[in-house]
Write a protein that binds this ligand. Structure first.
Ligand code: UP5
Ligand code: MG
Length: 190
């Protein structure tokens, strides 16, 4: 067990809002460890683990993988890491995810970032990505947006009410968003 509670940032925002891109920039500047829940799930698919096929079918449909599965993957990363500061990207997606994390990890995020981006822009970005992601097509993207609005918005509201939410205008160039909005937030924690 770790001696001190880690500093945890949840990074939320719709599909294609720029979570992963901005996380990479935060890592470069501040050295936090980046854990993308989606990447951990895609790694399970790639490694053909026992949950791999189930995860693939859910992601293909934009649906949420059971909390147990995702939280265990995150837990393994947290416990095997030497870092004390984490960016958990794309999680929690639902209130149920949030409660499962609190129950299993016994931790709360210190900070929650929300990349606020118009839907048309998110659709354009995702359809232009071209990295072979099975969920980057218009049919799945529409489902991802629907699920984001129905299930992730309540999580965002929850952290807003707790005073932990930083809403970031996610329109503009990658560098401008980082310099103008993200950098000042992390500078204030240093
Ligand atoms: N891009 C980035 N910033 C830009 C900018 N400012 N201007 C112009 N272009 C910009 O960016 C998306 C694309 O836009 C990239 O090509 C980038 O270059 C460009 P990215 O940084 O990748 O955005 P991100 O918000 O990370 O988008 P992503 O598609 O990863 O978001 P999702 O939340 O949809 O994907 P995630 O991998 O988190 O989840 C995928 C699926 O896994 C979910 O739909 C769900 O089925 C499952 N899942 C769970 O079930 N549970 C979980 O806890 C997590 C995932
Ligand atoms: Mg991402």
């Amino acid at each position: 067990p770790k001696e001190k509670a880690p500093f945890i940032t949840f990074v939320l925002g719709g599909p294609g809002s720029g979570k992963g891109t901005q996380c990479e920039k935060i890592v470069e500047t501040f050295g936090l460890q980046h854990l993308s829940a989606g990447d951990l799930l895609r790694r399970e698919i790639a490694m053909n683990t026992k949950n791999g096929a189930t995860i693939l079918n859910l992601i293909k449909d934009g649906k949420i993988v059971p909390s147990e599965v995702t939280v265990k993957l995150i837990q393994k990363e947290l416990e095997s890491s030497d870092s004390s500061k984490f960016l958990i990207d794309g999680f929690p997606r639902t209130e149920e995810n949030r409660v499962a994390f609190e129950r299993i990890i016994r931790a709360d995020p210190d900070v929650v970032l929300f990349f606020d981006c118009p839907e048309e822009e998110m659709v354009t970005r995702v359809l232009n990505r071209n990295q072979g992601r099975i969920d980057d097509n218009i049919t799945t993207m529409k489902k991802r947006l629907k699920i984001f609005n129905a299930l992730n918005r309540p999580v965002i509201d929850y952290y807003k009410n707790k005073g932990k939410l930083y809403t970031i205008n996610a329109i503009g160039t990658v560098d401008d968003i980082f310099q103008q909005h993200v950098l000042p937030i992390f500078n204030s924690f240093e």
